[in-house]
Structure formats: C-alpha cells, structure tokens
Design a protein around this ligand. Structure first.
Ligand SMILES: [Zn+2]
Ligand SMILES: [Zn+2]
Length: 83
C-alpha cells in the first residue's frame, strides 16, 4: 500500500538511458525527455504546450512541429521512401 505519487520515468530517445523520475531532460546527453509541442508562447501565440507521444513529429493538437522533431531526435518518414 504505497500512497507515494509516482512520476513517469522516461527513456531517452537519443541515448536510450533511463532518466530519474520527474526529469525533463536527459542527464547524459541533454536531450529533452518530454515531447512537448514546439509552439512556444510568443507575441502572437499563446503556445500550445500539448505533450505528444514520443514518436510524434507533429503536435496532435495543433499540427506544429514537436520538440523532438525540432531537435532532430526523431526522423519522420511519412511515405517510407528512405529505401
Ligand atoms: Zn540521453
Ligand atoms: Zn501543439
């Protein structure tokens, strides 16, 4: 019976190491661990901040590129033409 709140541990998409609970960036290679929407708050945008799945190249909410995609951590090949 544990009432401790468990935070998810993420596996780094770049180096494959397991992060500590609550970490937002990989301590081994500096890659972001959470695939936020890349739409940052700015003058004209409030920012989306949606958290996408790790293999998402584009935000499921607004269609903007995701953090992982912008950082080159995932390589989307929508048409599978990399033969
Ligand atoms: Zn890493
Ligand atoms: Zn978004």
């Amino acid at each position: 019976m544990s009432s401790q709140k468990k935070e998810e541990r993420h596996t780094c998409v770049r180096c494959g190491r397991l992060s500590d609970e609550g970490d937002k960036y990989c301590i081994f290679c500096g890659a972001p661990l959470i695939n936020h929407c890349g739409d940052e708050p700015g003058l004209v945008s409030k920012g989306c901040k949606h958290i996408n799945r790790k293999d998402a190249a584009f935000c499921a909410k607004c269609g903007y590129q995701t953090r992982f995609y912008l950082d080159g951590l995932i390589d989307p090949s929508p048409y599978g033409d990399n033969s």
